[in-house]
Design a protein around this ligand. Structure first.
Ligand SMILES: [Zn+2]
Length: 281
């Protein structure tokens, strides 16, 4: 079994076949999917998905791209949504200085404010950081809580401080790319009990599907690339990252959703051209 710790199944690319994509994930042993909100509307949609499917959980938050949409009324509704039993994190929140879709001072203020909200409701955070390491780390130094740096892009040089602050590292599709040796070095260096795997679907599609729409079933390819970087099996990566996600996000009942090895193997080999089935736990 495996957990996709970051997905956006509420997004429009899944409108034609959302149910099929979700059932395909379950058929290949994905035992939990965390669907992550990017603004108020997608936070609401994430909660609705989590209400519909027992193995989908929701995070609610405002992405740095949308930071300028955080009004007091939006914050109040996010705070109410955060108390829903299937909401297990505040996210995604953070800083993105690569695209700069909200002014940087607004991004910083909203990030800090949503960290306060996470502390108020007692939830971990899912952090997006792109080309903003100095300010992200400066803001996190003043905050006491747990969470994950999702789709980690920081390279090995920021790892020590992020790990010392107690954060987890989320790895996604780019770790499968041949031209990403820095990410593979990160995959090898992070302590196994601090790693999460994710798809960030519909974005960041792993090899061998790069360029097409991503989906939670492909999280196995991320686990496979992490396993290769560490010289262990995909099953070990899946087992460890599932336990880490269950602990960090307090996913109750995850152990009850373990599927039999046989049923996983069947579903898996039906779907995947690369056979990891021997490595699945
Ligand atoms: Zn995301």
């Amino acid at each position: 079994m495996i957990v996709d710790s970051h997905a956006h199944l509420d997004f429009e690319p899944y409108d034609p076949d959302r149910e099929t994509v979700i059932l395909r994930a379950r058929a290949v042993g994905v035992v939990a999917i965390i669907n992550v909100g990017t603004d108020l509307e997608s936070s609401r949609d994430s909660v609705a998905l989590a209400e519909k499917y027992d193995f989908i959980y929701a995070a609610v938050g405002v992405h740095p791209h949308d930071a300028k949409t955080l009004t007091p009324a939006v914050r109040e509704e996010l705070c109410a949504l955060a108390r829903h039993p299937k909401v297990i994190a505040i996210g995604e929140i953070g800083l993105d200085y690569y695209r700069d879709l909200s002014p940087r001072p607004v991004q910083r203020q909203v990030f800090a404010d949503l960290l306060v909200l996470a502390a108020e409701v007692g939830l971990p955070v899912i952090i997006h950081c792109r080309d903003a390491w100095g300010d992200t780390l400066a803001i996190l130094r003043d905050w006491k809580g747990s969470g994950v740096l999702h789709s980690y892009s920081g390279g090995p040089e920021h790892l020590e401080e992020v790990l010392a602050m107690g954060f987890h590292i989320g790895l996604s599709g780019p770790v499968t790319y041949a031209q990403a040796p820095r990410l593979q070095a990160v995959a090898a260096a992070v302590p196994l009990d601090r790693l999460l795997v994710e798809t960030d679907c519909p974005y960041l599609t792993p090899e061998p599907y790069r360029g097409r729409r991503n989906e939670p079933a492909y999280v196995w390819y991320v686990a496979g690339a992490v396993a290769r970087a560490r010289g262990i099996t995909a099953a070990e990566v899946a087992r460890a990252t599932t336990a880490n996600a269950a602990r960090l996000f307090r996913l109750s009942g995850l152990g009850n959703k373990t599927r039999s090895r046989e049923s996983e193997k069947g579903g898996f080999s039906d779907f995947f051209p690369i056979d990891f089935s021997e490595e699945m736990c």
